[in-house]
Ligand binder design. Structure first.
Ligand code: ZN
Length: 429
């Protein structure tokens, strides 16, 4: 059989064959690796002592300038301040084409410049694209060189576990865990756990990696196994990639945790009005049924197709404003109202994928503020998606079962042995 379980299966083999049967070799004995404070606001204006090497370049004979991209600052300004002429900056931008687009430089991202001590001219420019990748520019007398490189990131297996007292977010912070776990868990369990109904005593255990750049914590990765205990019931999630394709989380019965529909057409939102038969209309003033769910979000927030389908309508009416309707199959269609604008390549007849951006939040039509009114059609009738038993997305193919079940079992053993660091919070009155 030719299955590529890439990273995950390999890792599993590594930690199953290591001396301690249940734990990856790099596992710490304490249940949680303390995460150092990351002060994102702090500006690294100058280095007190120049490191001997940065990004593989020896700093001998150079002065080093480091900072973060400021609001309204252009790369040309950064480089010109290091004595590059505007022609040289222009040439650099041209040389970078296809590899790096200077327009994508983001406020707050760090950069460093190495200036030749004799000429006082910039020779190297490093821009940190994200915590794991950087762009390296070499500006010689008659050579320009642009490379996109990966940083040397250390990844360490760790376990994160907590018993929830007030909110998931607070619990994560109290346990000195990465706040990114909150979003990870919310994504994994979008269909099975209602995070608005979490109660005291619910708990989570997560097997994942922590990433470090030069010893400094930068985030989490490779979440492979989770158990979320909600109202006394265990919800397991095991990550698996089949044939090197898309990875997904499966429960212990090898069923995908993803729904056929996203729970909401926005990534971050606040539900401002639910589907209800009697509601006083905020604009019209009189009572009538509200057959959609309103998600409030700032104007311009991307709106996502909640499932695969074909766009059947893209238009404008006085009530709906700009709207898109998507047919998913013979049973289900969804509709998205009040858009400020459409995604340009989404037209009538366009095939869209789940999670694809179709337009942007606005307040066109009858709307008091920016939101998307999401309408869910079942057999030609508008229904409340939150009250439907919607189909699950996919089952793991039979052919993978032979590999999946032992894999899931081993991960389950690891999860079961994890301990909570905040036991004191358990079931406290
Ligand atoms: Zn609405």
């Amino acid at each position: 059989m030719k299955f590529i379980y890439k990273l995950f299966f390999l890792t599993l083999i590594i930690f199953l064959t290591s001396c301690n049967y249940n734990k990856p070799s790099k596992f710490s004995t304490s249940s949680v690796i303390p995460i150092p404070d990351v002060d994102l606001q702090k500006k690294a204006v100058s280095f007190a002592t120049i490191p001997k090497e940065i990004f593989g370049v020896k700093t001998d004979g150079y002065t080093l300038h480091g900072d973060k991209v400021q609001k309204g600052e252009f790369p040309a300004e950064i480089l010109q301040s290091c004595n590059l002429s505007s022609l040289e900056v222009h040439n650099l931008v041209e040389a970078a084409k296809g590899k790096f687009d200077f327009r994508n430089m983001k406020v707050g991202r760090p950069y460093s410049v190495l200036c030749n001590k004799e000429t006082n001219k910039a020779e190297y420019f490093f821009y940190e694209i994200d915590p794991e990748n950087y762009a390296k520019f070499y500006i010689g007398n008659d050579t320009l060189n642009v490379e996109i490189k990966e940083k040397d990131i250390e990844k360490v297996w760790t376990e994160s576990a907590g018993i929830i007292k007030n909110s998931l977010y607070e619990t994560v912070l109290q346990n000195n865990l990465s706040p990114k776990l909150v979003q990870e868990l919310a994504d994994i369990y979008a269909w099975s756990v209602d995070f608005f109904k979490i109660k005291e005593g619910d708990s989570f255990k997560v097997l994942h990696k922590n990433k470090y750049d030069n010893g400094q914590y930068i985030g989490i990765s490779d979440v492979v196994a989770v158990v979320f205990n909600h109202h006394g019931q265990n919800y397991y999630a095991f990550y698996l990639e089949d044939d090197g394709e898309f990875g997904a989380f499966y429960d212990e019965k090898a069923e995908s945790l993803e729904g056929a529909f996203l729970k909401a057409p926005l990534k971050f939102y606040r539900i401002s009005s639910r589907y209800q038969m009697n509601r006083k209309h905020p604009v019209l003033g009189y009572t009538r049924a509200h057959l959609g769910t309103d998600y409030a979000a700032p104007k311009g927030t991307p709106i996502l197709a909640t499932a695969n389908g074909v766009v059947t309508k893209r238009g404008y009416t006085r009530g709906n404003g700009n709207y898109v309707k998507i047919k998913h199959n013979e049973t289900y269609s969804t509709q998205y109202l009040h858009m400020s604008k459409f995604k340009s390549d989404v037209k009538k007849g366009t095939r869209v994928k789940q999670g694809q951006v179709i337009g942007y939040v606005g307040s066109t039509g009858l709307a008091t503020g920016p939101h998307v009114c999401y309408r869910f059609w079942k057999n030609g009738k508008q229904v409340d998606p939150y009250k439907q038993k919607l189909p699950s997305n996919k089952k793991l193919k039979e052919a993978y079962h032979e590999t999946f079940f032992p894999y899931a079992d081993s991960l389950k053993t690891i999860l079961n042995k994890m301990e909570f660091s905040n036991k004191d919070l358990a079931f406290k009155e």
